[in-house]
Design a protein around this ligand. Structure first.
Ligand code: FAS
Ligand code: PHB
Length: 389
């Protein structure tokens, strides 16, 4: 087979890139190791920045998002038994949209299928070749046979554990990482959300987050040690722990019910530099990971893909390689600001097992300053709604 751009991974980054390239008349094939149902079964992000909404509109897949997505003008911080609203819209003139990553992926899959663009699911032993030259090649196995895709460029959109970044000689990369000593135990339940907006709670027992997917489906998280296993947490144990970390009003209003999904996400900050290796470009979780505290993971993937789609369009339509040459540096400027914000929100609201008394007082002072200073609240709001694209 031959195509202009071979995309590795059919998560939100790969599917969004495929859709944007197709709308620019650039031929592409996506190679994905899992089945469509498996990809849709992963419960991930829930908050979209306006940049991501714009990208989905450009991709022609925003109709259901506008029908079913929930625009949110603010978030709440809960600590010391009180809740403090951060009015995102009043502080920045912008808002975020609650719309699950699963639904974004579903909309992108449907659009790609309707346009008949090729996605190869359940491909195994995917390998990348020749991207340091001018004739890159993707090889994979499916239905007992080995297949090859000749292409001009490869987009590595295969997530943190994917093959793309692993295909680059380590000596050509600089990796930056911080692994946190805790994870998020998340639960999905068909119960009404505890409040109209998200509640980020910092408590001596640990962090908790009250989020949602709709007015009838809630998403909750509690911070747990990295050693915990989801199967050791009954629904009742989860609800009791969550309730113990919320302010009295939220604890009182919490509606519990059976979990329809329960999993633990590890927390890490990670960046690979650079993002380009000859004809291979990394985008999304293949290039960087943020702790989900700042709701940046999916949104960073979208901005990488917007930059890459525009750069490939300039290359193919005006034979202008300059945006491709500037891709890595442009993405990294935005990536590192999102890494900083996600690290800061995580440090602000989580309990660190090795924190001494001084660190705990600094954390308390940070929270007190945040809720007493409009400048501090504005800084949080600007980052949360998404820095300028
Ligand atoms: P993805 O990991 O979503 O997609 C990569 C795709 O590549 C997958 O479908 C995978 O099967 C495929 N792939 C991997 N290796 C391959 C290979 N060798 N060959 C072919 N295909 C291959 N972000 C938030 O904002 N909020 C959250 O609450 C949140 N929770 C998360 C929970 C977990 C457990 C994880 C892992 C991430 C979470 N994230 C969250 C971040 C997440 O939403 C990512 O930012 C988002 O999925 C990024 O999308 P992609 O870059 O497409 O990567
Ligand atoms: C979610 O709804 O899954 C979600 C929302 C906000 C975050 C992280 C996760 O910061």
């Amino acid at each position: 087979m031959r195509t202009q751009v071979a995309i590795i991974g059919a998560g939100p980054a790969g599917l969004l890139l495929g859709q944007l390239l197709a709308r620019s008349g650039i031929d592409n094939i996506i190679v994905e190791q899992r089945s469509p149902d498996y990809v849709l079964g992963r419960i991930r992000a829930g908050i979209l920045e306006s940049v991501t909404v714009d990208a989905l509109e450009r991709a022609g897949v925003a109709a259901r998002l506008h029908d079913e997505g929930l625009p949110h003008d603010g978030i709440e911080l809960s600590f010391n038994g009180e809740r403090h609203r951060i009015d995102l819209h009043a502080l920045t003139g912008r808002r975020v949209t609650v719309y699950g990553q699963t639904e974004v992926t579903r909309d992108l899959m449907a659009a790609r299928q309707a346009e008949g663009t090729t996605t190869i699911y359940e491909a195994s032993d995917v390998s990348l070749h020749g991207f340091d030259g001018t004739r890159p090649l993707v090889r994979y196995r499916k239905d007992g046979a080995t297949h090859e895709i000749e292409c001009d460029y490869i987009a590595g959109c295969d997530g943190f554990h994917g093959v793309s970044r692993q295909s680059v000689p380590v000596a050509s990369t600089r990796l930056f990482e911080r692994v946190y000593p805790f994870g998020w135990l998340g639960i999905l339940s068909d119960t009404p959300p505890v409040a109209d907006e998200l509640i980020y709670a910092g408590h001596e027992r640990g962090f908790a987050l009250c989020s949602m997917r709709s007015k009838a489906r809630s998403r909750y998280y509690v911070q747990v040690p990295s050693t915990e296993r989801a199967e050791d947490w009954s629904d009742a144990r989860f609800w009791d722990e969550l309730r113990s970390r919320l302010d009295p009003q939220a604890a009182q209003s919490l509606v519990t019910g059976p979990s329809i999904e329960k999993s633990i996400a590890p927390l890490r900050s990670f960046v690979c530099e650079p993002l380009r290796f000859g004809r291979l470009f990394l985008a999304g979780d293949a290039a960087h990971i943020v702790p989900p505290t700042g709701a940046k993971g999916l949104n960073l993937a979208a901005s990488d893909v917007l930059y890459l789609a525009d750069a490939l369009a300039a290359r193919y339509q005006q034979d202008d390689p300059r945006e491709l040459d500037g891709y890595s540096e442009k993405c990294l400027r935005r990536i590192w600001k999102a890494e900083r914000f996600s690290w800061w929100m995580t440090s602000l609201l989580h309990r660190f097992p090795d924190a001494d008394a001084f660190s705990s007082r600094i954390q308390q002072a940070e929270l007190d300053f945040l809720v007493s200073s409009e400048a501090a609240r504005k800084a949080l709001a600007e980052n949360y709604v998404g820095l300028p694209y």
